[in-house]
Design a protein around this ligand. Structure first.
Ligand SMILES: Nc1ncnc2c1ncn2[C@@H]1O[C@H](COP(=O)(O)OP(=O)(O)OP(=O)(O)O)[C@@H](O)[C@H]1O
Ligand SMILES: [Mg+2]
Length: 244
């Protein structure tokens, strides 16, 4: 399509030109980002758009928004190479701070799945969740082996492809970074432990399974280093809680 310079295109036209089309409905409204259902060259997709934060200084805001988008993009590409299941990136609309990526079908987060299993009295809770916890530990060890951390590991940032608990998909890498230390990895585990226990009461055993599988996949020596850090971070956390 040829466009005269100086004649701005309507937003929808630009999007179609780029190969994606936004459905009107917002899928999710998060703290930092909006998710839209869309299609990319006919494939089911989502657009994750980081929006302006009015309370931040405008220049700082622009910088942070771009940094997070870049961090997310880098991590998604890297994970793909590592064999960690993440949404495929289709397109970056940098003018709008949007990542257009594969839509993970099934609309089920690990958060919702754990709660569903937990509430069903006929279920053997621990046994049903064991394979998933194993996969989470294994995935995290693989990420850490590549010297990356996720940065925001919660059960809402883990999805299940087609609602299948054996198909773990990791999302939301805006706070991830590379070239990390054992301490950074320990913090990554600690964030997950805290998120797990605060969202899902009485799931201490789940984190134990995650750690067990992490130990196996990360290799004894490096897992020991990270878990020693985790213990230190826990202790600091408890001291802070006592001081208040
Ligand atoms: N590729 C995807 N396919 C399907 N659903 C998705 C996809 N990405 C995100 N979602 C849904 O949207 C929700 C929010 O996405 P995400 O966690 O990436 O944004 P956020 O938490 O607002 O982001 P941030 O923490 O970077 O501000 C997810 O919990 C999930 O339910
Ligand atoms: Mg999220």
């Amino acid at each position: 399509m040829e466009v005269d310079e100086g004649v701005p295109l309507a937003d929808e036209q630009v999007e179609v030109e780029f190969g994606y089309e936004i459905d009107s409905a917002t899928l999710k409204q998060g703290a930092e980002a909006r998710l839209f259902r869309c299609t990319y060259l006919g494939r089911p997709a989502v657009a994750k758009e980081r929006f302006e934060k009015k309370y931040r200084h405008p220049q700082l805001d622009t910088l942070l928004t771009k940094e997070r988008l870049k961090a997310e993009l880098r991590a998604l590409v890297k994970c793909r190479q590592l064999g960690i299941d993440v949404p495929t990136v289709y397109f970056i609309d940098s003018a709008k701070n949007r990542i257009i990526m594969e839509r993970i079908e099934g609309d089920l987060t690990v958060r919702d799945y754990i709660e569903r299993v937990r509430k069903d009295p006929s279920n053997s809770f621990a046994e049903l969740l064991r394979p998933l916890a194993n996969d989470i530990g294994d995935m995290l060890a693989n990420l850490h082996k590549a010297n990356m951390v996720h940065g925001d590991l919660t059960t809402s940032n883990l999805l299940l492809r087609n609602a299948d608990p054996s198909k773990l998909v990791v999302i939301d890498f805006g706070l991830s970074y590379a070239q990390v230390t054992a301490e950074d990895k320990g913090v990554d585990l600690y964030v997950l432990e805290k998120a797990l226990l605060s969202t899902h009461p009485n799931t201490e055993f789940l984190f134990e399974i995650i750690l067990e599988s992490y130990r196996k996949s990360a290799g004894k020596k490096s897992a020991e280093n990270v878990i020693r850090k985790l213990d230190e971070i826990r202790l600091r956390g408890r001291k802070r809680e006592m001081i208040g």
